[in-house]
Design a protein around this ligand. Sequence first.
Ligand code: OGA
Ligand code: ZN
Length: 374
Amino acid sequence: MASISKLEKNSSYLKVLWSDGEESKFNYMWLRDNCPSAHDKDSRHRMFNILEVSQNINPKKYLVNNEGQLEIEWSEGDHKSYYDPKWLRENCYTLKNKKEYISPYELWDCSLEKNINSISIEHEEIVSSDEGLIKWLELLHFKGISIVKNAPTEKKSAFKVLNRISHTRETFFNTPFEVINIPKPNNSAYTAHALRNHMDLPWFELPPGYQFLHCLINASKGGDSSAIDGFAVADYLRKNEKEIFETLVSVPLKFRDKDYTQDSYRSFHAPAISLTKDQDFHDIRFSVATMDALDCHPDVMDKVYKAHHRFGNLLHDDKFQINFRLEPGDIFSFNNRRVLHGRTAFDPSSGHRHLQGYYMDRDEIIGRLNFLKK
Ligand code: OGA
Ligand code: ZN
């Protein structure tokens, strides 16, 4: 592990020269704010309040002490801080910002269809081992898709495997929601119609991060499933059709909840593609069924519609889409804000079809994976 070999005081930061030749800048307010004594031992919350010192705070004295720690006596507040070099190195924002960002996402296209076993995992494996759970979570996080095989087919039985991750996310559709054709359906999923590739609930400020469709019975003719990696399509547009990509990233579309049973009017504006601070893909918002009458500026409406049209076509393109059929005991699990899903129409008179659906926030998937991998 690198140790501190030299310190240099500057106007707003201390420069640390490391034994392996690296250099870090540590801003004075940042250092004071992150003094190890700033946090409560139990709650781990910061008790120190940076607002109680001035913006001119700086080291009156600074040195590397006999334990190798950076020791600072502050110009105000009568306080000394001791920083472990390992902590400083791990949290060094100079080095972090120098590193090239590497995306965790493994983009996929239609070739995944012949290799569908690579995203399958046995129910028993997840329930009985942390390795199995980690494998499932990694598929969900990296590929955005996984099919759990040989789960029980009793109603609500998916709670057992889902609760290995965390709690589910409740919505007015209830948990689980029943994907079954019903009279006077309040959602097109509750019919026997085909569903073009879509995400669920794009009209929420934060649509569910993950969706789990647990197949109990699939004995009707038709009702085959499709999925497509929206990030892969967005990546294709970013590389090949820059203007369209730019429009999809920058112009908010409008989505609206059209459920007639609700005493609530839910709607939200968001662009079709949103990016992270590292310009990686964050969210896709796409649902022909629930996009509202758009209200973007007249100068851009034509451009927006053409971009939406192009994106929508690519989101059903054979080059990207995979097709498969759910079997009883399958739990089709996917990132709802990345992977779009659909199904072909089915004939309810030819046999019964029943899926139970669950949602979960993305925080639960990533948080649990981070914890288990720690
Ligand atoms: C849904 C849905 C797919 C299916 O319920 O949101 O898309 O196969 N269902 O019925
Ligand atoms: Zn759906």
